[in-house]
Design a protein around this ligand. Structure first.
Ligand code: V47
Length: 413
């Protein structure tokens, strides 16, 4: 990426002076609207020059992004990186969240959603219940069904294939099964009488044949072993998660990557997580979107253990999204997940690196089981309005970012 001279200063990355005069910005970031944003922190300015000249941030520079006191400068840099990828477009999908069960045996400590089979509040849909649920919630515009559920100890492999196939045959794009679930499927898909798990490749190929079009990014949590052992001990490990996504990408199945932040992880561990995703994307491209998930602190063991009752703050959320946008230079989109950080903050984050606002969702269960304060769904009209009012062009997409409809941008007054 070459940074053009800016109207404000005519400066290019290589023309920046060694040190700013008192009060003067160290550098400026060209914005898509033809304006330029000042960067006041010299350490951030050095990184901006590198990034805007097509360079890639190192781990140390990533930590500088997390540490900079110049949040507006960081947001402007992330916005410039975003604009280079998508121009003034911001994406959303008409989606339905399907959580066909909350039965789960994994026991992640951050999760308020999971239940054992005999516990109060449990649900577990057979296939006819799933079809009825979808019929009840489907509108003519529905494109994507995103499945988000638990590791069920009893359901057999055919159930998951039939579920994927049945939804596909009804005309919906199925984005489903986290890497952690794929790992579980390698155990339940093995032929009777055998003990060795089948391979990730076999499981993914069968799901793809049944219609699976994309995979969500769940189950990544935080890759660092120190944290993973504490919050998701029984889940697939980091290498397993990455291996599933590598295999999916090799099979032509696009995926997302999440990161659960705002609990016991350090900023170094957040950055390490992003860097592992960046490395995998270099090696086996296929990630569509990076999705930071802000820890929801109600009704779960982790929140009780660490005495956490407060949600992440808006500035932490924004900084995290902006850092992700700058670090993950090879991932097409950073998603602002309105369910966990509110539609209002997602709208603001459209100026800090975010190019996707997820979807209409309709029936979110996981975040709300842990206290999310947002609605469980949102209308398409509301998503369009929040994008337009941020000065962006709303683009309705499908599960794999095919553009379905481009709405007009509304000029900012
Ligand atoms: O893996 C569970 C997270 C994930 C909590 O790919 C929690 O487009 C915060 O993966 N606080 C499932 N997060 C949801 C998910 C997802 C969501 C939106 C978009 C996409 C995508 C994927 O929810 C789990 C876990 O990391 N989670 N409990 C909690 N208390």
């Amino acid at each position: 990426m070459t940074r053009p001279p800016t109207a404000a200063t005519g400066a290019t990355p290589t023309q920046r002076s060694a040190g700013p005069a008192a009060g003067a910005p160290a550098t400026v970031v060209p914005l898509p609207n033809g304006h330029a944003a000042p960067i006041h922190d010299p350490a951030l300015a050095r990184i901006a020059d590198k990034v805007l000249s097509g360079g890639r941030v190192t781990f140390e520079e990533g930590m500088t992004l997390f540490a900079t006191p110049d949040l507006p400068g960081l947001a402007a840099l992330a916005d410039a990186v975003r604009a280079e990828k998508v121009g003034d477009k911001a994406y959303y999908v008409h989606s339905l969240r399907l959580s066909q069960t909350n039965v789960c045996y994994v026991g992640c400590t951050f999760c308020g959603f999971q239940r054992t089979m005999d516990q109060e509040g449990v649900w577990d849909m057979d296939l006819p219940d799933v079809w009825a649920f979808v019929e009840k919630h489907a509108t003519p515009d529905l494109v994507e069904i995103h499945i988000s559920s638990g590791h069920h100890p009893k359901r057999g492999w055919d159930y998951y294939l039939d579920l994927t196939r049945g939804l596909t045959e009804r005309g919906y794009q199925v984005k489903a099964w986290t890497a952690a679930e794929i790992h579980h499927f390698t155990r339940i898909a093995r032929p009777a009488g055998t003990t060795a798990p089948v391979s990730y490749r076999e499981v993914l190929s069968e799901l793809k044949d049944a219609g699976l079009i994309a995979m969500p990014g769940g189950g990544a949590e935080i890759f660092a072993e120190r944290v993973r052992r504490r919050i998701a001990r029984a889940k697939v490990d980091a290498d397993g998660w990455l291996d599933v996504h590598r295999t999916a990408h090799e099979l032509g199945l696009p995926t997302n990557a999440t990161m659960l932040y705002g609990h016991v992880e350090t900023l170094e561990e957040r950055l390490d997580h992003m860097m592992r995703i960046r490395d995998l994307q270099d090696e086996a491209p296929g990630f569509m979107s990076f999705v930071p998930l802000a820890f929801q602190p109600d009704n779960n063991q982790l929140a009780r253990e660490i005495g956490k009752t407060e949600f992440t703050t808006g500035l932490d959320d924004l900084r995290n999204l902006a850092v992700a946008r700058v670090v993950l230079d090879n991932v097409p989109h950073v998603k602002g997940y309105w369910i966990m950080i509110t539609p209002e903050l997602v709208q603001v984050s459209l100026g800090a690196g975010v190019s996707d606002v997820d979807g209409t969702i309709s029936d979110e269960r996981i975040a709300h089981a842990s206290g999310a304060s947002t609605e469980t769904g949102i209308t398409e009209g509301e998503l369009i309005r929040l994008i337009q009012d941020a000065g962006r062009t709303p683009v309705k997409r499908d599960a794999i970012y095919t553009e379905l409809e481009v709405h007009p941008a509304r000029p900012l007054a």
